[in-house]
Design a protein. Structure first.
Length: 427
């Protein structure tokens, strides 16, 4: 019997992997432009790290983590997100000593045991970004602007929603009012919301039930409960976004599924992916470093974009990754030509060209078919007859035009001539 991949775990096949590479390259380029550097952190961490950061009463920690005892009997967890691991590493290595503002990003797989559906997997991939060491709202704007620019460069159109979740003080007051409101509507809300009203009341606000949503239209709003500091911070964040011409809407119902957020929270949403509307999300987490045992008063903000959702959205919006076609297909006929072609290929690759060659001695017709399959821009055609005349044929695969090129002098000269003509034909 054939062994299949686990439910919710997906292979990324070569055609799709090209899109993934393009997204990652574009992201790395933009992150570098904003001064962010890459950090690579382990996939497996102590379970406690996630319970303490994401929050014990969240869906992720309560029911979605891949947690098991390792061979020493220690409880370990496959990371469900990147922020906790990056902060653990930041604290463990005292990165703030080298540079007080740390701007980090990491790209890789995350694991959540959710019910798989379109855009929702059990192993998924995030590009996760964290800026640590400044509480300035300008940083909130810069981080959002970076994600916004990336989405724009990928050619995607999504909407930005923002909210403020306040700080520990103003949220406590808000929570009390919200719980009182929920108590007054106890009979009209779903079982899940009733349970959450005691375990994690803010989360009721993003309940998917239409009926609950209607009720919550009348719920107290976090935005009416912000303290002066949080309210100023939110105003300045909105002003900064406007200054950069970034369109957004304020969504006071956005609460996020992780408990560490304070002040700014944001999501990039689309209605093109069914129930999974967020392609990326993030926010500020000013108390988290301290909560994980790091230096006091180290504010931070970040976001993560989901790779699978970006790839889905790109194909739905008809955005294609630029082709990674090959520059030259070397087609040969006969022993001598085959050997020459083999040597030329290696030499041209050393000069930076993407070259494919047939090793099976197939007919010219089937070699041309193969050249088309690999999307070659040009084909170099050489038979033993051409070699005897010290020449070869270079064919532009798109226009089908052919030129005879002399193979005079040594290998260096041949290759320089081929490269010149390829560059001319593809200008
Ligand atoms: P999150 O909202 O849990 O935030 O996830 C961020 C993004 O990861 C989502 O918007 C979505 O694109 C993707 N994602 C999440 N779960 C799945 C899944 N099961 N299948 C496919 N894609 C998924 C965080 O993880 C925070 N750590 C973001 C952050 C960084 N906040 C501050 N810094």
């Amino acid at each position: 019997m054939k062994i299949k991949a686990l439910k919710g775990f997906k292979d990324i096949l070569p055609d799709e992997a090209r899109t993934w590479q393009w997204i990652e390259e574009t992201a790395r380029g933009i992150f570098h432009r904003f001064g962010f550097t890459e950090i690579k952190v382990p996939i497996l961490e102590k379970t406690e790290l996630f319970a303490r950061s994401i929050g014990a009463a969240t869906d992720i920690v309560e029911k979605e983590m891949y947690t098991f005892s390792d061979r020493n009997g220690d409880s370990v967890t496959m990371r469900p997100e990147g922020t906790a691991s990056v902060l653990r590493s930041y604290i463990e290595h005292g990165l703030q000593v080298q540079q007080p503002l740390q701007q980090l990003f990491t790209i890789g797989p995350m694991f959540r045991h959710e019910r798989p559906q379109k855009g929702r997997l059990r192993q998924f991939h995030q590009m996760s970004v964290e800026a640590l060491g400044s509480g300035n709202p300008r940083l909130d704007v810069e981080v959002i602007a970076m994600a916004w620019l990336l989405l724009k460069e990928l050619g995607l159109s999504v909407s930005l929603e923002i909210n403020s979740l306040g700080c520990a003080e103003c949220r406590t007051v808000f929570k009390e009012r919200l719980v009182a409101f929920l108590d007054s509507r106890r009979d009209g809300i779903c079982d899940d919301c009733r349970r959450r009203s005691t375990t994690n009341p803010l989360r009721v606000l993003d309940c998917k039930s239409e009926h609950c949503r209607e009720q919550y239209q009348e719920a107290p709003s976090i935005l009416d409960h912000l303290c002066k500091g949080c309210s100023d911070h939110f105003d300045q964040t909105r002003q900064g976004l406007t200054l950069l011409d970034i369109t957004f809407t304020v969504n006071p119902f956005m609460v996020r599924g992780l408990d560490y957020y304070t002040r700014t929270a944001f999501e990039f949403v689309t209605n093109a992916l069914g129930a999974q509307s967020a392609v990326g999300a993030g926010g500020r987490y000013d108390g988290l470093v301290e909560q994980l045992g790091g230096p006091q008063k180290t504010p931070g903000i970040g976001f993560a974009l989901g790779m699978e959702r970006l790839v889905l959205l790109l194909s739905q919006q008809g955005v294609a990754a630029p082709g990674t076609e090959c520059d030259l297909f070397v087609a040969t006929l006969g022993e001598t030509a085959s050997e020459k072609g083999f040597v030329i290929s290696q030499h041209l690759r050393a000069k930076g060209l993407r070259v494919s060659i047939d090793h099976e001695g197939r007919s010219l017709k089937s070699q041309m078919k193969q050249a088309n399959r690999v999307n070659a821009r040009c084909a170099l055609i050489m038979g033993d007859d051409e070699i005897a005349r010290s020449e070869a044929i270079l064919r532009d695969m798109a226009t089908k035009e052919q030129v005879v090129i002399p193979l005079k002098g040594g290998l260096e000269e041949w290759c320089a001539g081929i490269i010149n003509i390829i560059n001319d034909t593809t200008k």
